[in-house]
Design a protein around this ligand. Structure first.
Ligand code: ZN
Length: 259
């Protein structure tokens, strides 16, 4: 899979706000020793763009799924499009998918249905899932228990408790932490960073959102995943290079990428 380096397991680099300076963003990421980036695409259009970017830069994996906040944007035939891409073997994962009761409380049943449908697709095509969860930890857990993702997956930008993290791990999930773990008062993500088995940890930016300290307020980008990694290594009292290697191994194991 290439050289060991930091992994950004969740980046929205197909967003148009990166159109102007993507080569610079890639250069800065490489300068900070980022060796692989998962582009998470939320539409067919973004997915095709992500494929093109990978042809150009060659350091990306691509995930695509219907986000719980975008259910009204799923086009006619949208699930067939997703399935065709899976059949072609071009997607590393389905995501981000899941439940968001913070922004949307009025369509919980529909959110669950779309989530379950996409887990079934992931299982049919033997790929992991990337889960977005906000204010819906119990329902998410129940679905993962009942509709277990056979290839596992990632709880992306995990903001839940240590206890719940253990429950998701039992369902085959990895716990990915992002910028919030670097925030001074973010006690829960820091506790999670210390408590979770190192074999189950991943890191991400979720860029352009959730920029780590001390760059909060600026646009986020993959180079900043290093700040997340350094903070977790500090919290766990291990060498940052060792943590970098462990994350790299975890990512390779989850996505069955040979080292
Ligand atoms: Zn995201």
């Amino acid at each position: 899979m290439g050289k060991v380096g930091w992994i950004d397991s969740h980046a929205h680099l197909a967003y148009s706000e990166y159109d102007q300076d993507l080569p610079l963003i890639i250069a800065r990421a490489q300068e900070r020793n980022v060796s692989r980036i998962m582009i998470v695409a939320l539409s067919e259009e973004e997915t095709r763009k992500a494929f093109r970017l990978n042809d150009e830069f060659g350091m990306f994996d691509v995930a695509f799924g219907y986000h719980p906040s975008d259910l009204d944007k799923i086009p006619q035939g949208g699930f067939e499009t997703l399935e065709n891409m899976l059949r072609e073997g071009k997607l590393r994962a389905i995501g981000e998918i899941g439940l968001d009761y913070y922004w949307h409380k009025d369509n919980k049943e529909e959110q669950k249905e779309v989530f379950i449908r996409q887990i079934a697709l992931a299982n049919r095509y033997q790929v992991p899932i990337i889960v977005h969860m906000r204010d819906a930890s119990q329902d998410t857990l129940e679905i993962l228990k009942k509709h277990r993702p056979v290839k596992g997956g990632i709880m992306h930008c995990y903001s839940g408790s240590v206890e719940m993290a253990y429950e998701y791990i039992k369902c085959g999930m990895y716990i990915s932490l992002g910028g919030p773990v670097t925030f001074k008062n973010a006690h829960i993500p820091k506790d999670v960073a210390k408590a979770v088995d190192i074999e189950r940890l991943l890191i991400e930016t979720d860029c352009p959102y959730l920029t780590p300290h001390p760059f909060r307020g600026k646009r986020n980008e993959p180079a900043m995943v290093e700040l997340v990694g350094l903070e977790i290594a500090r919290l766990r009292e291990i060498e940052s290079d060792l943590f970098m290697e462990r994350v790299y191994e975890n990512y390779s194991r989850l996505f069955e990428i040979s080292l």
